[in-house]
Ligand binder design. Structure first.
Ligand code: SAM
Length: 534
């Protein structure tokens, strides 16, 4: 395997381990509902991913990320607190404006490396990661992912058609595609679904050879990617879709909710259409692809997805993404967020690996932007009654609450999703600069962290019953922590615990001698010094 080297690689090799562990602080006023198990975290994902570790390590089924592409025009800043002279020189500098900064690829790799390592730790053994990228860093990203996830866990590079025609002003070649790299955490038998809705069996209803006729589609029959609204124009669709809509129509919740009368060179007659619809044939309308049908007898088979993602899979483009956000924010296209992805793309990817799962599965997006992944997860759950939960992380102050959370909140309201989310900020580090436990830290937070560092597994908070934290492989874990200087391990405390097997007990001081501890099967660990740092 070829190994990628870049300036700063050595300095960030263990950066994921050096990042201080911070606590998460829930902000009820910015949250929606209670106990939804969906989460939006405001903060740098390096710190946020670390903060999530005691709760989510090895638990995430699907990660989708859409990091800065390093185009030179994005204004992203490399700001990680890595203590190397080269990196200190870069800190806080906007990366690659006008492409002048020759180290912009190094900075991007330094930024991505520790984050991808943390993401890999969060994935389940049968977990899958999808990473969006374009030509600027596609080559580097492939080698980076090969290194972190191992080359043999590479599954595919999907090509997503992000615009229909591309700009004819392009100097040499019109770029119409981007990529999504896909890796598995380990060799596993996850089934990939490219099932009916995404099969290539959607067929156009209009063929050029037949004579023009009118067809009537009763309301609520047609699925559509068009945003909600009343379409007053009598002609709708680009000329090459060959459709002439003869009456105004209305779209709500991805359906045409009025009778829809269309003139075109249809192959089908009205009676054939009606009998097909009765048998379960589906009809879709999109601005770019016109009217298409998915025949009742051809689409039900489970199919492995192809590496091409396009309108054929009912996946929209950048334009659709912008229109989706605008329709939620009631603003002009483009005013709310640059470079969003369409929900259809993320639904397509997430469904690909979670379509057959009734269990609760976690979907993580640590470059959340406008919150498309949260919206996509809720929409998929509504469609197939699924039990997916999302975790989103967004760093930029103005974006996290006003765009990421606000978009998901508006989508919940508008589409009546039966869901909510908890909004969190990153709080202080668990340990202060002198290595002391932060006074803000609650008993449960400290207990969860200790259990995680001892066992590398996550703890159900409900199990905690002070001073008992939890049990793992026959060893019980205890934490005596009632505030500063009040945490002694005494003979009486041990008696009260009524131990039946080996135990590890964390406290400030131990007033029992070593022989006695050994006789009782107790290992004493002093806080804070013997709490391992993750
Ligand atoms: C290309 S956008 C993602 C767009 C998103 N997929 C959507 O559909 O809206 C990348 C996002 O990642 C955020 N971001 C960049 N660096 C980050 C970091 N270190 N931690 C968390 N978020 C970050 C940016 O602020 C931006 O909102």
């Amino acid at each position: 395997m070829a190994t990628l080297n870049w300036i700063g690689k050595e300095a960030v090799a263990n950066h994921d381990k050096e990042v201080p562990f911070k606590l998460l602080k829930k902000i009820p006023s910015a949250s929606v509902g209670k106990e939804s198990k969906n989460l939006i975290v405001h903060g740098d994902n390096l710190e946020a991913l670390k903060a999530l570790m005691p709760f989510y390590k090895g638990k995430v089924k699907c990660i989708y990320i859409d990091p800065p592409y390093n185009t030179g025009n994005e204004n992203w800043i490399y700001n990680d607190k890595v203590n190397s002279p080269k990196i200190r020189e870069w800190l806080g500098k906007v990366v690659g404006m006008d492409g002048e900064d020759l180290t912009r690829h190094d900075k991007w790799l330094c930024m991505m490396y520790p984050r991808l390592k943390l993401l890999s730790d969060l994935l389940r053994d049968d977990g899958i990661i999808f990473v969006s990228i374009d030509d600027n860093e596609a080559g580097n990203l492939r080698l980076l992912l090969d290194e972190i996830f191992a080359e043999h866990n590479f599954l595919a590079t999907f090509t997503w058609i992000r615009k229909k025609k591309g700009s004819f002003l392009s100097k040499k070649i019109r770029k119409m595609t981007e990529y999504v790299l896909c890796y598995q955490k380990s060799q596993n038998d996850t089934t990939f679904f490219g099932e009916e809705a995404y099969s290539d069996k959607w067929q156009p209803l209009v063929k050029r050879t037949n004579s023009t006729k009118k067809l009537l589609f009763k309301k609520n029959i047609i699925e559509t990617t068009l945003p909600d609204g009343a379409y007053k124009v009598s002609f709708y669709g680009k000329p090459d879709t060959g459709i002439n809509v003869t009456k105004p129509f209305t779209v709500k919740d991805s359906r045409v909710v009025t009778d829809f009368e269309v003139e075109a060179k249809f192959v089908w007659t009205q009676s054939f259409l009606d009998s097909e619809l009765k048998s379960g044939t589906r009809v879709s309308l999109s601005s770019q692809y016109g009217l298409n049908v998915l025949r009742h007898d051809q689409g039900e088979k489970v199919k492995t997805p192809s590496t091409l993602i396009s309108g054929e899979n009912m996946v929209g483009t950048n334009e659709d993404a912008t229109a989706e956000i605008s329709s939620l924010f009631n603003k002009e296209i483009g005013t709310t967020f640059d470079y969003p992805k369409p929900t259809s793309l993320i639904k397509y990817l997430v469904k690909m690996v979670t379509a057959n799962s009734d269990e609760e599965v976690i979907i993580l997006d640590s470059f959340a932007g406008s919150g498309t992944t949260g919206h996509a997860v809720l929409d998929l759950n509504k469609e197939d009654n699924g039990n997916r939960k999302f975790v989103l992380i967004e760093m930029v102050d103005e974006v996290a609450k006003n765009v990421t959370a606000e978009r998901v909140k508006r989508a919940i309201k508008k589409y009546e999703y039966d869901a909510g989310f908890e909004y969190c900020e990153l709080a202080e580090p668990l340990f202060d600069e002198k290595g002391q436990i932060n006074e803000e830290c609650s008993y449960n937070e400290l207990a969860t962290y200790i259990y995680f560092t001892e066992t590398q597994t996550n703890l159900e908070k409900k199990i905690i019953s002070k001073p008992f934290i939890g049990e793992s492989h026959g060893t019980s874990y205890y934490l005596i922590y009632a505030g500063k200087d009040k945490n002694d391990l005494t003979r009486v405390t041990i008696e009260k615990l009524k131990l039946t097997g080996p135990a590890v007990i964390y406290a400030d001081r131990c007033l029992v001698d070593e022989d006695e501890l050994e006789e009782k099967g107790v290992v004493f660990k002093q806080i804070p010094y013997e709490i391992k740092v993750y």
